[in-house]
Each structure stands twice: as structure tokens, then as C-alpha cells.
Write a protein that binds this ligand. Structure first.
Ligand SMILES: NC(=O)c1ccc[n+]([C@@H]2O[C@H](COP(=O)([O-])OP(=O)(O)OC[C@H]3O[C@@H](n4cnc5c(N)ncnc54)[C@H](O)[C@@H]3O)[C@@H](O)[C@H]2O)c1
Length: 268
């Protein structure tokens, strides 16, 4: 077995805020930042799944006043915000519908958390980072931001907006010492994914859609976030990085249509 190389990060003295940090990818990001010496805050509506190496602030990112309260608390306690990871998002099983079957309630909730939540947190944090003349914002997007999938009429388009948010904000803040990037994971083994495995054709089929032949693990996404938030990525802003086991090299995040649906196939 040849050596595969490794990276070690030093985030001593940095203040990091992760939305949705109590579980899944957010928890792995909290763990990685904490292990590298950062002071970590997690904002979440839920209690942590396991041990959380971060201070949990209970808060709902879909509410602007709660975002304001969270940022004020972090600045008051820690004196700065060096990294914001916009990660809290939902993809409920009820969202796997054709567009004409999607409920208004599901659409509104996804927009409120997955889109407005990222914007509210950035609005509050960018003001702090502009004063500091330093900082990094990472938007957790998705492979589904870049390609179609079956029955994701809300999630995919909103994730595409998260990519564009990072590009737009990255340019706006580029001369203020602030970098903004997005990360687009393929399928990653988290509660969000497990809740919709049936809708996505089961674990094996989902793994097979990735050239590396498996679903990703949360620490593999956290590793990309830590690098993007580090000085090693100092020339990277206003762009997206796909961490997807090669999935993006396929044309679509979906199996081909069944031949039974070909035009003329079912004509008598
Ligand atoms: N798991 C995947 O396969 C996958 C793939 C691509 C992108 N993503 C993205 O990665 C991010 C994390 O996904 P995950 O799989 O870890 O999800 P998850 O459901 O496992 O964890 C999300 C966390 O966000 C919290 N949260 C939900 N609503 C919130 C709110 N209004 N305010 C604050 N916190 C809230 C939840 O309580 C939970 O702790 C999301 O942006 C998701 O879209 C996930």
C-alpha cells in the first residue's frame, strides 16, 4: 500500500459558526474545526446527535431576527467571526414530487430555510467580516445544483441559487478581505440522505451513480470546507467545488428514463 498523504489544519484562535451543526455534515464540520483548534459555534433547531465539540446556539436560520440574535451572541462572546458555514438545509421526502404535485407549504419551507436562511446569515455576518476586513463564508450547495435529478423541482433549483449566492457575494466582498465559496457534495451518508433513500432508488443504486462506487462520508465534505476556509485556498473565491466521487462527470444525477416512456412506445 503506497502512502496516500495527509493534511493538518491549524485553526487556533479562529471563530467558526456552522448552521445545522448538530447533525450530519454540519456536525462533521464542527468536529473538524474543533479538532484543529477553532472556537466553534453550531446553530441548530435540533439537539445534537452525539457529542458536539461546539457551543450550541438554538436558532432557526429561516428567521432573520434569530440570525441577528445568533451573530450578536457570537460576536459578544468570541469577539469575531472568521468562518461562517451556511449548511442548514432540508430535503424532506415530501419534496420528491413533480412540480405540479409539490405543496405550497413544502416549497415555502424549503425556500425559507435553504435560500433565505443562507442569505440572512450572510447579511448579518458580512457586516462583521467587512469590519474585520477578513473572513470566509462557505455555502453548502449540492451536486443537484448542477444537474437534474428526478423529482427535485425545489431542492435542485434552490441549491443552484446557493452556488450563485456564493459567486455574487464573493465578488461583492472580494476587496474587503472576505472570500465566499460553495461546496457541492454528491450523496453523503447523513440523516437527510437516509430519510429519502427509497425515493433515490436505494443505497446501492445511489452509490453506483458515483464513479467511486460509494456514498461519501461527512468528514470528506468537512475536509474540503476546512481547506477552502484556510490560507491554503487564499486565491479561491466566488466559485464552487464539487466533492462528489466523480458524479459530476456524468450528465445527470438520475438513471436514464425507462424505455417504456419513449414516445410511441405505449401507442396502440
Ligand atoms: N447528505 C447529502 O447527501 C447531501 C448532498 C448534497 C448536499 N447536502 C447539503 O449538505 C447540508 C447538510 O445536509 P445533511 O445531509 O447533513 O442534513 P441533515 O438533515 O443530516 O442535517 C441538517 C441539520 O440542519 C438542521 N436544521 C434544519 N433546519 C434548520 C433551521 N431552520 N435552522 C437551523 N438548523 C436547521 C437540522 O436540525 C440538522 O441538524 C445541506 O445543505 C444539504 O442540502 C447534503
Amino acid at each position: 500500500m503506497r502512502p496516500t498523504g495527509s493534511v493538518q489544519f491549524d485553526n487556533s484562535g479562529r471563530v467558526v459558526l456552522v448552521t445545522g451543526g448538530a447533525g450530519g455534515i454540519g456536525l462533521a464540520i464542527c468536529q473538524a474545526f474543533a479538532a484543529s483548534g477553532a472556537t466553534v459555534y453550531a446553530v441548530d433547531v435540533a439537539e445534537p446527535e452525539g457529542e458536539l465539540p461546539a457551543k450550541l446556539i438554538s436558532g432557526d436560520v429561516s428567521k432573520r431576527e434569530e440570525c441577528r440574535r445568533v451573530i450578536a451572541q457570537v460576536v459578544e462572546e468570541a469577539g469575531a467571526i472568521d468562518v461562517l458555514v451556511n449548511n442548514a438545509a432540508i430535503q424532506p421526502p415530501a419534496s420528491y414530487k413533480a412540480i405540479d404535485e409539490l405543496s405550497t407549504e413544502t416549497w415555502d419551507k424549503m425556500v425559507a430555510i435553504n435560500l433565505s436562511g443562507y442569505a440572512y446569515m450572510a447579511m448579518e455576518t458580512a457586516a462583521v467580516m467587512r469590519k474585520q476586513q477578513s473572513g470566509v463564508i462557505v455555502n453548502m450547495a449540492s451536486a443537484q445544483a448542477h444537474r437534474t435529478a428526478r423529482e427535485v423541482p425545489a431542492y435542485g433549483p434552490i441549491k443552484a441559487a446557493n452556488v450563485m449566492q456564493a459567486k455574487q457575494w464573493g465578488v461583492e466582498l472580494a476587496r474587503e478581505g472576505v472570500r465566499v465559496v460553495s461546496v457541492s457534495p454528491g450523496a453523503v451518508g447523513t440523516p437527510l440522505l437516509r430519510a429519502s433513500l427509497a425515493q433515490q432508488g436505494g443505497e446501492e443504486s445511489l452509490a453506483n451513480r458515483h464513479p467511486l462506487g460509494r456514498i461519501g462520508e461527512p468528514p470528506e465534505i468537512a475536509a474540503a470546507v476546512l481547506w477552502l476556509a484556510s490560507e491554503g485556498a487564499s486565491f479561491i473565491t466566488a466559485t464552487d467545488i464539487e466533492v462528489d466521487g466523480g458524479l459530476g462527470a456524468f450528465a445527470a444525477f438520475a438513471d436514464p428514463f425507462s424505455v417504456a416512456t419513449l414516445p410511441g412506445k405505449n401507442d396502440c
